[in-house]
Design a protein around this ligand. Sequence first.
Ligand SMILES: [Zn+2]
Length: 278
Amino acid sequence: MTQNIDVYTDRNDLNWVDSHAHTWSEELTADYQEIMNRAWASGISEIIEVGVDVPTSKLAAKLASTDRRIHAVCGIHPHDADKYDQQHLDLQELATSGDFVAIGEIGLDFYRNFSPPDQQYKAFEKQLELARINNLPVVIHSRNADSETYSILKNWVSKVGKYLGTSRPIGMLHCFSGNSELSKKYQDLGFLISLAGPVTYKKNIELQKVAKLLPLSKMLIETDCPYLTPTPYRGKLNEPAYVKATGMFIANIKKEKISSVAKATTENAKFLFEINGG
Ligand SMILES: [Zn+2]
């Protein structure tokens, strides 16, 4: 371990990737240009814009078409799984268009249960298949569904194998909220673990333990903006520039240099999403 001398310095000479953002959200529309300017000025080098249904996936692609540092992901969120059938053909078209770097966010959400579980399972499985057919990684959302999501992904990986190549990650667990044991199991399956603002919240001791044990080679960081704003910006809407606060917090608890966290998480994201030749 090296002395983390740069931990409390807000540096602008490092590159960061916001691995999961929804800046297409209407909450951020009015200030979109300023938000992007702040992101680039603070060292964010790439932003992954994630859709939650067909219209927002198209919005993500539209943003990506305006700036080569923005990359789009298409998919139908478990909240909207009950509308999956109507959107399947459109989603298929998006997935094959070449405009997207991954399929997501997809998964299971038994916290809100906005869609019935059987429809969530169906939409999840169909989109995993879509990812494999199009040779794309997956962006996974899992809430109150730790064992169910893991068991689906474990079966899926054992069926399809590492179709993106033996060393390239197969996907990411976005806004990871499980424990260290689950984190390790996903790493063993070939997934990266993405940490968001909640890791910076005082009470989240378990998630801080996950961050401490997570090797830099398996880590991503994200904002999941516009919500889940990291400390010290809580109370404000979240935006990509704030991914640095999460990165700096993680560097501190891991006793790593900020530059090491920035470098590793940037390289991991580029490798996962195959961006800039990653
Ligand atoms: Zn999200």
